[in-house]
Each structure stands twice: as structure tokens, then as C-alpha cells.
Design a protein around this ligand. Structure first.
Ligand code: PEP
Ligand code: MG
Length: 581
């Protein structure tokens, strides 16, 4: 049974529609010197035409789906201005005397080779955007109409290599039951759009387009990431039942939107959302998020070939801040490095990037880049409530250094007469063991902590979070992790500051019960998990979780922790979640 990434929850049962990208027939031929100008003109016209079309799509999305979803198309417009693609093609026409189609193809096809060293899933996904844009320019050069999914006759499940935003936008929501794609991950556009459209989706299935025959029946389980091809009547019945239960469960969650995330015995937890860009804010706020607990700003730097300017960052942060007000937005400063790289950034390659010059270390080295971001954040803070958070702090000096730069930035803004907020709270991510152990000292320097459990687990247990080979050693419930968190929470509370958790552990029901018991004050989770986690919080008894945790802190292995948790709370959690499954 093919298994991929569960990208958008829900279950779809229906006929597969294999979406094939037209294979454009591109001829390659040499042009004469006197034809060069004409060819460049033809290319520029196709680029202009593409811009017009994308602007139209952007408007349509903005009106019919939402302003934030339309944001994706801004990156398409940026690609159409990208010197690497546009000037690169023009140079090729001139220097190699190639026809425009062949020059464009040669230019964008050389990108993967150029970026080969980059492991980032995000960059790979952005390359698919470049391909989509290039395809559109080619279609305009060849004067071929673009494909549309708006005239589907019957209800179907789309099976595709990948869905470009320009494909998803033309989708008739009543006809498309689900998506299944070969490529894509958590942050792929297909995943984001599927969630915005509330269509079940599984992405990253590798070769689903080869396995499914057009018209055959398939089941897409967006909850577990499974896809069943040609299911038996019994499987269909079972999944119909699952679907029925899921819809009842989803409906029941809706009632929670305006209820507080409070335990049975009255402990109120702040429940916020993790976002990677403005496009995720609407869903989070609709489901009752009390602010943004983690804004991963690095994505703003990633879908492009140059750094975002201060004004551009200001605009992006302001969009989020205004939407989220009166709640606060925790803007995490640039967390590049590790598995997140930029194609155009002057960062030397390292043997061990997760341990190298990443996150705050990089910002402290590239002070001007850091300052530009801090300026934009402080200016955006005028439009609502903003907190700043430094990633991957591993030593006290880093906090002090970052704060010194922040003070300099404030002075500069003052001198320039620009309006900004002088009173943003400063926090740090606790995601490196040294920071967790030093929490008592760090707590005196900042206003809050947020536990980045994804990295904290990786660094504490020495288990690469992206290496499948050691995935079995990646144990969020390892006793050491619980002890570290216990130390952090106690130290923070002694110093009178609050502690949140924004790693994946906060989106896991069992993890939530442990975090609550350890005394965490805030949880920040993926927008799609807000309601589920709220449900879990509302059915837990805080005092009981504290008692459970005090026992867990004396255990020696993850297995023992899991077994004890299961015996005390497993049944309850399973019952809370969808139909006892
Ligand atoms: C974490 O490390 O837990 C975290 C939230 O940050 P990221 O996943 O972006 O590294
Ligand atoms: Mg992290």
C-alpha cells in the first residue's frame, strides 16, 4: 500500500484522474546574428504575457479563496523577474544564438545542477515553481493554450506528479475529491492549497502516477498518508465508515473554535499556531488560535534569488501581525542552515551543517542581514503585538550579542525618524541542550522561552532529525528529554517568565499530556492541529498529568515512559481522538 506524507486531512474515495503535464515539443535551432534582437523581443513578450496571466490568477485566488493563498503567486511573479532565469535566457539567446524556447529550457534545466549541493526540501519545491513558470512562458512562446481543471465532468481524485498552484487554482471544488502526488512535502504548495481548499491529500508518494491506471478506484487517506489502489469492497466499506467518523469528528471539533483551551480542572493553556508565511494565518485564526507562537521567517528568504528587502519583510510581517491582532505574533529571526539553505547566500558548505554556522550563529555573522530583519520586525510591531525570538541559542553571549544588535537597530531607527515599537518582548528557543541546562541563567536575560523539541531531541540524543536510518532512535519521550524540559520549566517559572513549546511534540496528543504535566504554559502547533490539540487539553486533568509526569521523571527508558503513559492515559487519548482509532 503506497504511503506518503499526510498533507491535508480527510478521506476521499473515487475514480483516479491522472493529470499529465503536456509535453511541449521544443525544437532547438541556431538563429542568425541579425535574428537575435527579434528573438529576445519574442521572449520578452512571452514573459509579459505570462505576468499578465499570473496576475489574473492571483486576483482570482484572492477573490475566491483568500488573499493569503494568493501570496503564492507573488513568488511566481518574482520568478518572472529573476535575473538568473530571465537575463540568463537572454544571454543564452545572444551568446549561443539559440532560439528562445531552447535557450529558456537550457537555462532552467541547469538550475538543479547548480543547486545540487542543497538538500533542502523547500528549495526543491521552489524549483518546481520555476519549472511551472518556465512551462507557462514556453506555452506563450509556442502560443499554446494552458491546461485547466475547471471543466471536469465527474467527481474525481487527481493523481499527479505534482500540482502547481496554477493547476489547483482552477479546480472545481465540488468535483475534486482528493489529491495524490508523487512529490511534495509538508510545505509544498499542493499541501498548503489542499488544506486551504479542505481537500484530503497525500503527497510525496514517489511513483503513484505510475501505479494508478486512469479511471480506477482509489482511496486517499489524508489522515494517515496511505493510498489504496483498487480497493476491495470490504476496504471501501471500511473507509466509508472511517470517512463518516472523520466527518463527525471534524464537525465536533468545530464546536471548540470559540471555547478556551482549558483542562477539566481549570488550567488554561495558551494555544497558538506555527506558521511559515502569511498564507497559513487565516486557517489558524479561523480555528481559534490565540496568536502565532512561531513564525518561521526563513521561508520568506527562500523562494527567491535575492534577499528580501526591509520593506518587503515589513509588508509580510505586517500582514501577519494585523491579521493576528489583538493576539501576539512571535517572529523567529532567520533560522537558516541545517537542512534549510539559500541558493544565493554566501554561506560556505560545511561537513556537518546542523552543528555548524546555522540560525543565530549565522545572523550574528551576517550582521547587516540580521539588522535588516530586526528593523522590519520592530517596524511591523507598530501594527499589533510582536515578540522576537532567537533560534538555536547555545550560549549566554549569543543572547547578549543579539540584544546589543537589537539596541543598535533601535537607535538607528530613532535617528532616521522611522516609527517602530520600542517594547517588544524578547525570547529564545530552547532547542540545544546547553541552553536547557543553563535555563536559570538565560531566564534572567529574556522574557520567555519556547521549547524547540524537534532540535532539542536531535541534539540531546545525537539523532539526526532528517535521517531515516536513525529515525527509530528519535524518541520525544526519552527520559532525558523530559528531565531537560522539567529543568527549563522550573528555572523559567522561578525567574517569572513563561515557557512555550513549538516543536512537533506539542502537536502530539501524548506529548501534550506530558508537556502539560511538566508545566508548560503555551503550546504552538500546526494550524491544522489547533482544534484537535484543544480537544485534548480540554479533556485532560492537569493535576493528573502532573502526577503522571512526576513518576515518568524517575524512569530510565523511553519504552518505560511510553508503557506507563499508555497505562495511565493511552485509552483516554485514543477515545478523545477520532472514533477510538
Ligand atoms: C524545533 O526545533 O522544534 C522548531 C520548532 O524549530 P524548527 O523545526 O523550525 O527547527
Ligand atoms: Mg529548531
Amino acid at each position: 500500500m503506497p504511503k506518503g506524507v499526510a498533507a491535508s486531512p480527510g478521506i476521499a474515495i473515487g475514480k483516479a484522474y491522472i493529470l499529465e503535464k503536456e509535453n511541449l515539443c521544443i525544437l532547438e535551432y541556431k538563429i542568425k546574428q541579425e535574428e537575435v534582437e527579434r528573438e529576445i523581443k519574442r521572449f520578452k513578450k512571452a514573459v509579459e504575457e505570462s505576468k499578465k496571466q499570473i496576475l489574473e490568477i492571483k486576483d482570482k485566488v484572492s477573490k475566491e479563496i483568500g488573499k493569503q493563498e494568493a501570496y503564492i503567486f507573488q513568488s511566481y511573479l518574482n520568478i518572472l523577474e529573476d535575473p538568473l532565469l530571465i537575463d540568463g535566457t537572454i544571454e543564452k539567446i545572444k551568446n549561443s544564438r539559440l532560439n528562445a524556447e531552447a535557450a529558456l529550457r537550457a537555462t532552467y534545466k541547469s538550475f538543479p545542477e547548480k543547486f545540487k549541493a542543497i538538500q533542502s526540501e523547500f528549495i526543491k519545491e521552489r524549483f518546481r515553481d520555476v519549472e511551472d513558470v518556465a512551462q507557462r512562458i514556453l506555452q506563450n512562446l509556442l502560443e499554446q493554450p494552458t491546461m485547466s481543471l475547471s471543466h471536469l465532468e465527474e467527481k474525481i481524485i487527481i493523481v499527479a506528479y505534482d500540482l502547481a498552484p496554477s493547476d489547483t487554482v482552477s479546480i472545481d471544488k465540488d468535483k475534486v475529491l482528493g489529491f495524490a502526488t508523487d512529490v511534495g512535502g509538508r510545505t509544498s504548495h499542493t499541501a498548503i492549497m489542499a488544506r486551504a481548499l479542505e481537500i484530503p491529500a497525500v503527497v510525496g508518494l514517489r511513483d503513484i502516477t505510475k501505479k494508478v491506471k486512469p479511471g480506477s478506484t482509489i482511496i486517499v487517506d489524508g489522515n494517515s498518508g496511505k493510498v489504496i489502489i483498487n480497493p476491495t469492497p470490504r476496504q471501501i466499506e471500511r473507509y466509508k465508515e472511517k470517512k463518516r467518523k472523520f466527518l463527525i469528528y471534524k464537525k465536533s471539533l468545530e464546536n471548540l473554535k470559540s471555547l478556551p483551551p482549558k483542562t477539566i480542572d481549570g488550567r488554561e493553556i495558551e494555544l497558538a499556531a506555527n506558521i511559515a508565511g502569511p498564507e497559513e494565518v487565516d486557517l489558524a485564526m479561523r480555528d481559534g488560535a490565540e496568536g502565532v507562537g512561531l513564525y518561521r521567517t526563513e521561508y520568506l528568504y527562500m523562494n527567491r534569488s535575492s534577499l528580501p528587502s526591509e520593506e518587503e519583510q515589513l509588508e509580510a510581517y505586517r500582514a501577519v501581525v494585523e491579521k493576528v491582532a489583538p493576539y501576539s505574533v512571535i517572529i523567529r529571526t532567520l533560522d537558516l542552515g541545517g537542512d534549510k539553505f539559500l541558493s544565493h547566500f554566501p554561506v560556505p558548505r560545511e561537513i556537518n551543517p546542523f552543528m555548524g554556522c546555522r540560525a543565530i550563529r549565522l545572523s550574528l555573522e551576517l550582521v547587516e542581514v540580521f539588522k535588516t530583519q530586526l528593523r522590519a520586525i520592530l517596524r511591523a510591531a507598530m501594527y499589533g503585538k510582536v515578540k522576537v525570538m532567537y533560534p538555536m541559542i547555545s550560549a549566554l553571549e549569543e543572547v547578549r550579542k543579539a540584544n546589543r544588535i537589537l539596541s543598535e537597530v533601535k537607535e538607528e531607527l530613532k535617528r532616521e525618524g522611522l516609527s517602530f515599537s520600542d517594547s517588544v518582548d524578547i525570547g529564545v528557543m530552547i532547542e540545544v541542550p546547553s541552553a536547557a541546562v543553563m535555563a536559570d541563567i538565560l531566564a534572567r536575560e529574556v522574557d520567555f522561552f519556547s521549547l524547540g523539541t524537534n532540535d532539542l531531541i536531535q541534539y540531546t540524543l545525537a539523532v539526526d532529525r532528517v535521517n531515516e536510518k536513525v529515525a527509530h532512535l528519535y524518541q520525544p519521550l526519552h527520559p532525558t528529554i523530559l528531565r531537560l524540559i522539567d529543568n527549563v520549566v522550573k528555572a523559567a517559572h522561578r525567574e517569572g517568565i513563561w515557557v512555550g513549546a513549538c516543536g512537533e511534540m506539542a502537536s502530539d496528543p501524548l506529548g501534550v499530556s506530558v508537556l502539560l504535566g511538566l508545566g508548560v504554559d503555551e503550546l504552538s502547533v500546526a494550524p491544522t492541529s489547533i482544534l484537535e490539540i484543544k480537544k485534548v487539553i480540554r479533556e485532560l486533568n492537569w493535576e493528573e498529568t502532573q502526577k503522571i509526569v512526576s513518576h515518568l521523571l524517575n524512569l530510565g527508558t523511553s519504552k518505560q515512559v511510553k508503557r506507563y503513559l499508555d497505562s495511565r492515559i493511552g485509552k483516554k487519548i485514543r477515545k478523545i481522538l477520532q472514533g477510538g482509532e
